[in-house]
Design a protein. Structure first.
Length: 611
């Protein structure tokens, strides 16, 4: 059987998933009258809502008697763990670049991985129908990027296609015909991408994508490196050191046909398949014939840079909105997530009823929390904490540094440069990017970027686009100014009263509305000063028998600050938590009792003075 395995890699929102939709449609994977959802490969609710790909997925199309397996990979660096593994099982890559935006950090991130693995990419300049498209300049920028990433002469001699995935056409030149649809892309894949390299020997497969199926159990997807495999065949599983993990039989063998996985009776080397029946096999492990002793080498993975503590929700409102509230349930869910997501690291925390979860960034951890609350979990989470390292030679503290690219209107560039320098960022480059916009490039500590996204959008009236990418561990940059304002804390439990909130408006903006349930130690607003203030939001107006005009009774409240999950995680300090339930996001002090908080503050002050 003729096979080609390709990955589609690009920056977030450059049109990967839409391109796959068109390839499926024009290859005949769908019936003429079949109803198809937009972005068919974004199957996860969160992916559809945010317009990003979180999980890698595979599909297959048949073109001129050749099976083309297509893997749609995440474009966001927070999900880079997926990208690295996918590139292990393909022989070619389509580098998709927006004709107006050009190559951006995640393009750089994924392309550098592809070039290191020796893949020879096809460059697809997408969205050439945009009014601000500049395809010729973008091709030059892609060439410069490849050269900067030490591409070989062969890799630099890349074929180029121009087109619009949304309109469903590709052409080899800018003036080319739009009538051939996606045919030029299919033909180029067949001619430019080599068939998979098949090694001699018995059956071997490296686990690349892991998922849990409610009917088949654990499914491990990967490319068969050598030999062939059938259902009911005896196999064993080796970890990356060659240690035996388990032996068993394959209960089901599935191959990709269109968007669906179809049971097959046999699969040969080169094909991408999913295997069921091995309860302990996971990503980066080798599934092989019992006679094999050497595992397939697996790609090392970039380290996590942020950690958060997930703990049992112990607020007075615990258990009133969610169904999964115990520490054991939270622990099991996180360990299950870590099995399928190699970019996450989960370990027991020093506190009881708490787990420390380390990942690549706020977005990745925020999406995990959002998935859990939709599944009915209640939990409280701490402020994201940056993972430091120690230089083995000098003993110096090192922290993660990120490359940050901000595209912004010229009029707002001053405030962006000022805020980034306050966050200990170092500016590397400032250049025009067309249309009265500037592209600013910084090296900034991850610590300083926590919570900056929302502030950036406020400062630039929503016009700035920020992209981040892990750069390296560098020397500690010193203290960074945190939140300047204190918070307003409820002194009792009950339902907030409009009259009380109205009387407290001069203390600072509120985060709650009348009728909301509050409790002692819950954060209900932001103080106008730098200290915390305990207030009573339950106090109603004293009733008297004196009549008054109705306008005196009407209370007009300023709209409260709306706290999304990401905003809340960025807002809290080290002594605060975000309480997450299926219905609510609340902010609270870690210690709910005011006396306990004062005692902790005194102990900290005493410890500082002693030092």
């Amino acid at each position: 059987m003729n096979i080609r395995n390709i990955a589609i890699i690009a920056h977030v929102d450059h049109g990967k998933t839409t391109l796959v939709d068109r390839l499926l449609q024009q290859s005949g994977a769908y019936r003429e009258n079949q109803r198809v959802v937009e972005r068919a490969m974004d199957s996860n609710d969160l992916e559809r809502e945010r317009g990003i790909t979180i999980l890698a997925k595979a599909a297959s199309v048949l073109w001129k008697d050749t099976h083309i397996n297509i893997v749609d990979t995440p474009g966001h660096a927070d999900f880079g763990g997926e990208v690295e593994r996918i590139l292990n099982m393909v022989d070619g890559a389509l580098v998709l670049v927006d004709a107006a935006e050009g190559p951006l950090p995640q393009t750089k991130f994924v392309v550098s991985k592809a070039l290191k693995m020796g893949l020879k990419p096809i460059v697809v300049i997408n969205k050439v129908d945009r009014a601000d498209a500049r395809p010729i300049e973008v091709v030059n920028e892609v060439f410069d990027l490849f050269a900067a990433l030490d591409a070989t002469d062969e890799q630099l001699d890349f074929p180029i296609l121009y087109g619009s995935a949304k309109q469903g056409w590709m052409a080899t030149t800018l003036e080319g015909s739009h009538d051939d649809g996606m045919q030029p892309l299919f033909d180029l894949v067949l001619s430019h991408v080599k068939p998979p390299v098949v090694e001699a020997g018995p059956f071997r497969l490296l686990g690349t994508i892991l998922e849990a199926n409610p009917y088949l159990g654990r499914l491990v997807t990967g490319r068969i490196t050598s030999g062939s495999v059938k259902p009911n065949q005896s196999v064993k599983v080796l970890d990356h050191d060659g240690k035996l993990i388990e032996s068993g039989r394959i209960t089901k063998l599935l191959a990709f046909r269109g968007l669906e996985r179809v049971p097959v009776e046999e699969a040969e080397a080169g094909d991408i398949v999913a295997i069921a029946g091995l309860p302990n096999a996971t990503v980066a492990m080798t599934i092989c014939d019992p006679s094999v002793d050497t595992p397939i080498p697996a790609q090392p993975i970039d380290p996590p840079t942020l950690a958060m503590t997930f703990r049992v929700n112990d607020s007075p409102l615990a258990g009133t909105e969610g169904t999964k509230v115990t520490g054991r349930m939270i622990r099991d869910r996180l360990l299950r997530e870590a099995e399928g997501n190699v970019a996450l690291r989960v370990r027991e925390s020093d506190d009881k009823d708490a787990m420390e979860v380390a990942g690549r960034g706020e977005l990745q951890l925020g999406i995990l929390i959002e998935q859990m609350r939709r599944e009915g979990f209640e939990l409280s989470v701490s402020r994201p904490k940056v993972l430091m390292r120690e230089d083995p030679k000098t003993g110096e503290t090192l922290e993660p540094i990120e490359e940050v690219v901000i595209d912004v209107d010229e009029v707002h560039s001053g405030i962006v440069v000022q805020k980034m320098s306050e966050r200990k960022a170092e500016m590397l480059e400032m250049r025009p990017s067309g249309g009265h916009r500037l592209r600013l490039v910084f090296h900034a500590p991850t610590r300083g970027l926590i919570g900056y996204q929302g502030e950036l959008l406020t400062d630039t009236r929503g016009t700035a686009i920020m992209n981040r990418l892990f750069h390296a561990y560098g020397p500690h940059k010193g203290p960074i100014q945190g939140r300047r304002n204190g918070v307003l804390i409820s002194n009792d439990q009950g339902e907030a009263v409009a009259y009380a909130l109205w009387n407290l408006e001069d203390r600072g903006p509120m985060m709650i509305e009348p009728g909301w349930k509050v409790y002692r130690g819950m954060i209900v607003g932001e103080h106008t000063r730098d200290n915390d203030l305990v207030i009573n939001v339950l106090k109603g107006k004293q009733l008297t028998n004196i009549r008054t005009t109705s306008k005196d009774e009407a209370v007009r409240l300023t709209p409260p600050i709306r706290m999304t999950l990401e905003k809340a995680l960025a807002y809290i300090e080290d002594n605060e938590l975000v309480e997450v339930t299926p219905k609510s996001i609340r902010l609270r002090k870690r210690l709910l009792d005011e006396t306990d908080r004062k005692r902790e503050d005194r102990a900290k002050t005493a410890a500082t003075e002693t030092v």
